[in-house]
Design a binder for this molecule. Structure first.
Ligand SMILES: *Cc1c(COP(=O)(O)O)cnc(C)c1O
Length: 427
């Protein structure tokens, strides 16, 4: 498509956009009385207008029914979390039985390590990507130390080649083959949080299995962003947070995928609690644990209903729209943003380097842009002018135009504000 860097053209794209009306279903912060241009849905998604209603519903049930709400609320609490499995399954490409929602992301990764990081003999190493998200690094390192190994030996990092911004699939696979029968687990962020690169999860999962390792994915930046087929790819486990692309609210619950081949297995180690017990018998308070025959067996505590409520509100919208429509708009709006960046770059004679892969199959919603020659002041200028981006040292801004609520006109306006900011500085 031949894009144009004009307001009229951007408005034309908005007029053709089937998802445009959803902008109105979200609440935008305001700067100088004007709705912001929000590029940080990869960090904290905007609040759906329906979220408050879902929370109020729980507050009312609590007031009117108190403990009886567990069974008699319209959305009963004892099985509230089960309302998520099917909807989340569609988002991550899994059977409903393989998906559950509980705790928070890093907590879930720790819990899943109980089942999937079982070092023994010479097989004790974990392969991950270099400069993984810090929480993942701390999690993996503490797990390795907990099992009595030295992180500098037991953690094997996949590296980028010198001068390259992204990982190469062949290097990941090569590393897995090299570690071979010493590899206990491959655990990588499915979409890199810094560059937005999408890993070839199918190929890497296959290579991990060929080496005899478990393969898990941290999908913090992938869930609700890219197409996932966790069942088909035969992934062992995965977890994600819901407050980024899935708009569930700050610090909200994480989702987990546990491949069905591990359900109903007596020999799989797992930390257990009453919410993972056979649900028909949960309140009989029996001594022996009978796991649910699904991913719900990994549940531990009774669910935080008040926090799940806005998550459910958001999932209803995902269900209505569907990932294919979101992905279709995503590709187009990201391509338009990329075009705008190149146009502005020419006009201001600056040098923007987009470090996210140019190939659409290797990226999702996020473009990470190295602003050579620009400092933090441009980030601040954008903020002061109603463009919310995210700044990473040394001088990268991450731009994620979430297809649910960003418009093409936003992209055009962003370009104009960026241009003015840079030119002002040069004066
Ligand atoms: C956002 C993010 C996290 C956050 O972890 P929490 O436990 O939800 O605080 C972890 N890992 C990755 C890769 C992330 O992008």
């Amino acid at each position: 498509m031949n894009f144009k860097n004009t307001r009229e053209f951007a408005r034309e794209l908005d007029a053709q956009d089937k998802l445009f009306k959803y902008r109105n279903e979200f609440i935008f912060p305001k700067v100088n009385g004007k709705q912001v241009i929000y590029f940080v849905g990869n960090s904290l998604g905007l609040q759906p207008k329906s979220a408050q209603k879902y929370v109020n519903e729980v507050m009312t049930d609590w007031a009117e029914l108190a403990v009886e709400g567990h069974f008699y609320a319209e959305k009963s609490w004892w099985d509230y979390h089960e309302r998520f499995s099917e909807k989340l399954g569609k988002i991550v490409g899994a059977n409903a039985s393989e998906v559950t929602v509980m705790n928070t992301l890093t907590v879930n990764l720790h819990l899943l390590m109980v089942s999937f990081y079982r070092p023994s003999g010479k097989r004790y190493k974990i392969i991950c990507e270099e400069k993984a998200f810090p929480s993942d690094q701390y999690m993996i390192s503490s797990q390795v130390r907990y099992h009595g190994y030295d992180p500098s030996d037991a953690i094997v990092e996949i590296k980028k080649r010198d001068g390259e911004n992204n990982f190469r699939t062949e290097d990941v696979i090569e590393k897995i083959r090299e570690v071979g029968d010493e590899c206990a687990l491959v655990l990588i962020g499915g979409v890199n949080y810094y560059t937005g690169q999408v890993f070839d999860m199918e190929k890497i999962t296959k290579a991990g299995h060929e080496a005899g390792a478990f393969v898990g994915w941290d999908l913090a930046h992938a869930a609700g962003n890219i197409e996932l087929k966790l069942s088909e790819w035969n992934v062992d486990f995965a977890a994600w947070c819901s407050y980024k692309y899935m708009n569930s609210g700050p610090g909200n619950a994480s989702g987990c995928f546990i491949n069905k081949k591990y359900h109903n297995k007596k020999d799989i180690p797992r930390f257990e609690g009453w919410w993972g017990h056979n649900k028909e018998r949960r309140f009989l308070m029996e001594q022996e644990f009978q796991p649910e025959p699904t991913a719900n067996a990994w549940q531990i505590s009774n669910a935080p209903i008040l926090s799940l409520a806005p998550y459910l509100a958001s999932l209803e919208m995902f269900d209505e729209v569907g990932m294919p429509a979101l992905i279709e708009k995503r590709d187009k709006i990201v391509a338009y943003l990329e075009f705008i960046l190149h146009e502005i770059d020419k006009e201001v004679e600056s040098t923007f380097e987009i470090i996210t892969p140019a190939d659409q199959s290797e990226r999702g919603t996020q473009l990470s842009v190295f602003l050579h020659g620009e400092g933090r002041e441009i980030f601040k200028y954008l903020m002061d002018n109603g463009v919310i981006t995210d700044w990473r040292e040394p001088n990268v801004i991450r731009l994620a135009p979430a297809p649910f609520y960003c418009s093409y006109e936003n992209m055009y306006e962003f370009g104009q504000i960026l241009k003015t900011g840079i030119l002002n500085k040069k004066k």
